[in-house]
Write a protein that binds this ligand. Sequence first.
Ligand code: GLP
Length: 250
Amino acid sequence: MPKTLSKVRIFADRDTACRSLAADLARQIASINEQGRNAVLGLATGNTPLPFYKELVRLHREEDLSFARVTTFNLDEYLGLTRDHPESYWSFMHDKLFDHIDIPAGNVHIPSGQPEDIESHCADYEQAIRDAGGIDFQLLGIGRTGHIGFNEPGSPRESRTRRIELDPVTRQDAAPAFDGLENVPTHAITMGCGTILEARRIGLLAFGQKKASIVREAIEGPITAEVSASFLQDHPDAAFYLDREAAGEL
Ligand code: GLP
């Protein structure tokens, strides 16, 4: 019996999980737009959400889902990368989603990989989220260290958007994409755990056997800064969307 408030939803495969979450999100965007305001989404990168973004693009093209009244905030960005670096999260988000939907460019927010002043950039990012009215729906993946965004082990529950040193495991996982560990940035800017937990609704996607043990720790283990995803356990509206492999150790 899970001792958590967070919901766990197990699907036959990743495409089915992503279609379900995308359909939920489309309904949420429509109902918020009906209230006369923009829907504010927190977005994530990585391989995991790719089928989810593909489904959002399909819903836009084939089923009239509009992002004209959507505002987005990405979780994180590697420090040191220019926007046009192929591995920047700016490039990722434009290639996979923003270039294929009708979101106004001014509604997109991604932390800069090359801010002039890191502290004021982070404070401005937090302020922009508040000015938008807070995040309605936050999408998350999970790293093998249990991180959400880049909130590596030791990230306090109250942490806000800030510079963080990447864990060796996280850098190792990114090495193939960067053509070698030596090319992987050592630091990033990430929304904090506190920033993420203020989202009104949260959906975490995790797929594949490689994520099974950290998914178990996040859902069934102690709530601890050593596994930042464990903070979702007592969020009032957080759900884990898993395939059978990722749920294999629950
Ligand atoms: C990076 C991102 C996370 C993501 C994680 C897992 O660390 N900053 O947001 O959840 O990778 O990536 P993947 O989905 O490729 O396993």
